[in-house]
Design a protein around this ligand. Sequence first.
Ligand SMILES: Nc1nc2c(ncn2[C@@H]2O[C@H](COP(=O)(O)OP(=O)(O)OP(=O)(O)O)[C@@H](O)[C@H]2O)c(=O)[nH]1
Length: 545
Amino acid sequence: MPDAPLLSSDPTHVTLLFQAQAALMRGDVDFSQTLSKSALLHAQRQNDAAGQARALLYLAQGDRQLSRLRRARETAERAAQMFQTHGDAAGEAEALTTLANVLSLMGHSADGLEAAMLALKLSQSSPASHPLAEAMACNYLGVAYACSQSFDNAAELLERSVRMFEAQGLWAESCLPRYHQRYAEMHRCFLDRYYHGTFLSLDRLTQIAALPEQVTSQPGSVRSLLCPYRKTRALLDLTHAFELCWQGDLDEASRRADTISASVAKGMRQPAVILLEMWLRTEIAWAAEDWMSAEAHAQCLLQSAARAENEHLRATAYLLLIQIYSAQGKDLQAQAQQRLWKMQEMHLRKEALHSREERVEWQMRVRADRQASRHLEEKTRHLERLAMQDALTGLYNRRYLEQIVPALLSDATERQRAPALVFVDIDHFKQINDRFSHLVGDEVLRTVGRILSGFVREGDVSVRLGGDEFVVLFSHVEAQSSTSVVARIHKAVNEFDWHSVHPGLSVSASAGLALADSQDTLASWLHRCDLQMYVEKDSRYQDLA
Ligand SMILES: Nc1nc2c(ncn2[C@@H]2O[C@H](COP(=O)(O)OP(=O)(O)OP(=O)(O)O)[C@@H](O)[C@H]2O)c(=O)[nH]1
């Protein structure tokens, strides 16, 4: 399987894809989706698998940003499948990285882990992978571990991802795994509080620096103006406000939440930022024992997470509501939320099983596609062989000669080597047919074919041109031995035991040789051979007469 990136070669398509990617980076997701859809249609019309896979990947990434996770999952799976079918491991790794993130957010943590592990392995093993692909795959494997509540593994992978970005001086990019480090640790603290009634320790959270110095010291760098960075920056700021809130500094936490909220209103209304802010507002109200607001914010988080198909934050909202109701002694409401949370978990398990079944189907389809294309290739090769072969003798035919001679002629001129063509024609073949039958005639043709094949070495070719005319193409013949080649062919046909084919049968053939000339085409070369053969045939007929 090739291991090169699957790149479209159509310029219209390349432009559309380039613009779609640029729009994604600017945060203009709707425009990016429009361009990706056009790119997809264009690629489908051109039957361009590479282009289709890439367009699907950008569509999936756009859907993920718009929090249309189910659609993003389907599209990312299709992209991964197309990349896989075409043996583009680097593209497949990119699509699987997106898929892993989407699955983790959808609450399909085991599937998310599997996709992220495969993405990391593929990005490490494919020489065509982008240098940042491995860092990105590490990041999303860390996220998948965090969503599976395997926090130590998550911390290790996210730290690796941060280091990889930083080693390349990509400080703005390193903010993404840094945010995930803080988010994973926040989530661990949150679960501690749920199960133990109190935060066991906030130390690890405070130890993860919110922003690398290099980013704060270069606020105007080009990268730091791009949308993904601005979104990550807002998310990182929010995690800092959580830390303040959990440490009891509610005023500062509120003030920060307001500032971030104002900047979100300035055009970064990303679902991820909005949802995290709702969680933060719930935490602040809960800590201030403002129960009405706490309930309202948690309910709002629950509904928004459901709308955004973010099952991870939806579960967080259930846990918040359970605790907020319990803290007020509203046990019935707390139990009701508990039941809803369990039902959500059951539904997610079912959905994950269903998507596993779909994936098995998909694997079966990929296998069937591969098998079908292998059969097709074999059939095409077989047909190509048949098209180049003479059915009666099994020798090559004239079409094959036409195909190989031009390259042979130019190669020979370059290397100063003279290939030779020997034209062979059976003497009085019509009489053999008339006297012994066509069946015997056929056997004579097959036998002459076998005799001529005995002359060829590697690189030489014997051909039946048609009727009783044959050609042997020698890739190299010394000028002084050309007459002996003709004599040997002549002798081999004459001295064959033709009686074994039919009693009373005798066969002879005439042959003419011509060395290739630097100006030759196949026609001119054959013509000289043919003339040579007739000269020989004439002289022999006259001798016999
Ligand atoms: N048995 C058989 N005969 C064929 C086949 N293809 C062509 N022929 C016959 O081969 C004969 C060739 O006749 P000519 O071109 O006159 O050649 P010739 O009789 O060998 O005469 P010279 O070349 O002058 O020696 C014709 O009668 C064709 O019908 C084939 O596949 N099988």
